[in-house]
Write a protein that binds this ligand. Structure first.
Ligand code: SF4
Ligand code: SF4
Length: 714
């Protein structure tokens, strides 16, 4: 008895000391990052909501269960381990008394049954994981496997450890049944089966096996605890913490404002010596960023949904997080050293790691092509079961490259210059913003200063909507529909300027804040009741990002307003459009802002239209390739993203591909034209905004002119 107590508790003490030391080291490493007081305040302020989030995300496994088979396997394993905490208590109790039972409930047959049920559930879970891993073997499947780039060896070790936890559990319980000390008279069906197998060995052998497997159970669990904190399975401990401090409702929509030393950076007061301008080294990440890295489970769900990865680019959101984590761990001794003298004494390899640029072609932690491949589509953030904030990290690195290193794709320089000097990415100038109105046969009121309180909507046209030939057709369709519905609206005309979205997404926070402040001033003066934006990027920037600068407005997307007008009977689509159609979800409308239904409602209301969904739609929609300022960069690596998307659309043999974003309109339009030129798409296929379709059905007699004099090229 004494020996087993000494061995059991000795193993536990050693394992807890090793694991505790590692957790302490991880905490010190995380705290070597930038402060993030906003995360602590938000977690405190929304404790009730956060508990609910923990309940759905961690206990409920919400995101994991969206992937039905692996999700169910993970849930079975996770819930199993929670229930099996009871068996761990029993194992420790058995060290002190062979007849130990948990006080109060320890003899209930239902508890014995539940413990065994979840033990079997965990076994089923790990068998499923084994099959999934064998079928998704990265050595055979290459980039198509979501485990490509993950540390698969460690994953197999952990699966083996979980098996040993369950095996030793059932073995000691089976032996206990045969020695007559098992606390449950019946109900523990799996233990009874194992007991039946061990029964022929007799009482003496079973007595020995009982002790051996109780100690083995404790030993395996303690070894598992150590492996967990030294491997990707650290997420078992960190996932709830990471989710607690993640952005709410998620890290989609707005980008994080640029922070330095825990405060939002004010460019006018910034000090180049003490302030941090984006992410230029690993310690520029906040502790939450470092926590993200340590929490990654390497599941590859983000990678499997990334359009850049799917089209052969070097960007995998998972690999970005893993490369940052590996670098943070390798540089840790340098970061945690107490003095320069201590740093000097570090091994050469650590010093070299500390010298590595975070982003750089030769020896950088992250290749520049990786960060510039991101479209900010949000698929990674949407999928990540532990709420890692990939876009903020990628765009944070872009900020440093643009603001400090002036290193970004050269072709985007013109766009930034045009934004600064002319207020639009094409450099066409403010005056041209009114051109589209001259192509209508009714007058569009242009606000001059404060908007009349009787005017219901300020129509925010956007640069593309005003200046790009194809997008201008959408603008005219929206204006015509509003006019037909008798909705009072005004536009800013030449007083509108770019929202700053392309500047912010490429990393030029300085130009973004300049444009945003200018627009906020104009909007505050105009004081619109509601802004209706036709571009999802404008919609996202004004509604989600301007509040960071003090601009708070009610903003809706044109599809939301048009769907409402159809529902209210103010717009009645009557003309039949006998077409087969598919709808492409713009990332910044759908995934980032959850507007999935209104565009579909509009299409449903048009008589004759037969809509069919693409395989990748709604939350899992596939990007057109233009977001994240990619519209202004060449796509030199891999397959073009818009080509990949249009192929998916064309596979449905549609007459029309509809969307609700000027960027998507241009990207998909270009891709379909290429396909037509190659004879791979029928000549009649067209890409249109849902507003154009609705206008054709509602007001065929007054449909807006479909062409205009100016074409801006992206
Ligand atoms: S935002 Fe989109 S393109 Fe960028 S890493 Fe995530 S999934 Fe890939
Ligand atoms: S970042 Fe999230 S989704 Fe991607 S591999 Fe890590 S845990 Fe999985």
């Amino acid at each position: 008895m004494v020996l087993r107590i000494v061995v059991g508790l000795g193993l536990t003490a050693v394992a807890l000391a090793v694991a505790g030391h590692r957790l302490w080291w991880l905490k010190r490493l995380a705290l070597s990052g930038q402060p993030a007081p906003d995360r602590i305040e938000a977690a405190r302020a929304h404790l009730g909501r956060d508990l609910e989030t923990q309940a759905t995300e961690v206990i409920g496994q919400r995101k994991l269960l969206q992937w039905s088979v692996p999700g169910a396997a993970h849930a079975a394993t996770f819930w199993g381990f929670i229930v099996l905490l009871l068996t761990i208590i029993e194992a420790y109790g058995d060290l002190f008394s062979r007849t130990f039972a948990i006080p109060g409930i320890g003899h209930w047959p239902a508890i014995g049954f539940i413990e065994d049920l979840f033990a079997v559930g965990v076994l089923a879970g790990i068998i499923t994981f084994t099959v999934i891993r064998l079928r998704n073997n990265p050595h055979k499947e290459g980039r198509r496997s979501r485990f490509f780039g993950s540390h698969t060896g460690a994953a197999w070790v952990v699966l083996g450890m979980i098996f040993l936890v369950i095996a030793t559990l059932l073995l000691y319980r089976g032996a206990q049944i045969n020695t007559g000390v098992f606390p449950y008279a019946h109900g523990a069906f799996a233990s009874e089966i194992v007991g039946h197998w061990l029964h022929p060995l007799g009482y003496g052998v079973n007595s020995v096996l009982e002790v051996v497997f109780i100690l083995a159970q404790i030993g395996v669990i303690m070894a598992f605890a150590v492996i967990v904190v030294y491997s990707k399975h650290l997420h078992i401990a960190l996932a709830p913490v990471n989710i607690l401090f993640s952005r709410r409702p998620n890290a989609l929509g707005a980008l994080e404002p640029m922070r330095s030393n825990g405060k939002v950076l004010d460019f006018e007061e910034a000090d180049p010596d003490t302030d941090v301008f984006g992410l230029g080294k690993i310690e520029d990440f906040t502790w939450k960023g470092l926590l993200d890295m340590a929490t990654c489970t390497e599941c590859g769900r983000c990678q499997s949904q990334c359009p850049a990865w799917a089209t052969g680019k070097p960007l995998s959101p998972k690999q970005v997080i893993l490369d940052l984590r590996d670098h943070a761990f390798a540089k840790a001794p340098y970061l945690l050293a107490a003095s320069d003298e201590e740093r000097e004494k570090l091994p050469e390899a650590v010093k070299q790691e500390a010298e590595r640029p975070l982003v750089g072609k030769d020896g950088g932690v992250i290749d520049p092509d990786v960060i510039w491949s991101c479209t900010n589509c949000g698929a990674c953030v949407e999928e990540c079961p532990v709420d890692i904030e990939h876009i903020d990290h990628i765009d944070g690195m872009r900020r440093y490259q643009v603001l400090i290193e002036s290193a970004f794709p050269v072709e985007a320089a013109g766009m930034l210059k045009n934004l600064e000097n002319k207020g639009d990415p094409w450099g066409m100038g403010q005056a041209r913003r009114a051109d589209w109105m001259t192509e209508l046969d009714f007058e569009v009121p242009v606000a001059d200063g404060k908007i009349d309180p009787d005017v219901e909507y300020l129509f925010w046209v956007g640069c593309a909507g005003a200046l790009e030939d194809r997008a201008r057709k959408t603008t005219k369709a929206i204006a015509t529909l509003l006019h037909t519905a008798g909705v009072s609206f005004a536009v800013l005309g030449p007083a509108e300027t770019c929202t700053g979205d392309p500047a912010r997404r490429i990393g030029n926070e300085f130009v973004f804040s300049m444009l945003a402040q200018q627009n906020i001033e104009t909007l505050n003066e105009a004081a619109p009741k509601t802004i209706v934006a036709s571009c999802p990027h404008c919609f996202n920037t004004i509604s989600r990002e301007y509040p960071q600068l003090g601009g708070n407005y009610e903003v809706i997307h044109h599809t939301q307003l048009l769907a409402r007008l159809v529902e209210q009977g103010k717009l009645t689509p009557t003309e039949r459009i006998e077409e087969k159609l598919t709808y492409h979800d713009p990332c910044f409308l759908g995934r980032h802002n959850r507007v999935f239904t209104p565009p579909r409602e509009i299409l449903e209301a048009v008589p004759g239209v037969k809509a069919e969904e693409m395989h990748r739609c709604k939350e899992r929609g596939f990007c057109c390739g233009a977001g994240g300022a990619r519209m202004w960069m060449e796509e030199r690596i891999g397959k073009r993203i818009n080509t990949e998307r249009i192929e998916e659309a064309l596979a449905l043999d549609p007459d029309t591909i509809s969307t609700a974003c000027p960027y998507c309109l241009v990207m998909l339009g270009d891709a379909v034209n290429e396909k037509k030129a190659k004879g791979e798409a029928k000549e009649t296929v067209e890409v249109v905004d849902v507003a154009q379709l609705l206008a054709r059905s509602v007001t065929p007699a007054v449909a807006p002119a479909e062409s205009g004099p100016g074409t801006a090229e992206g």
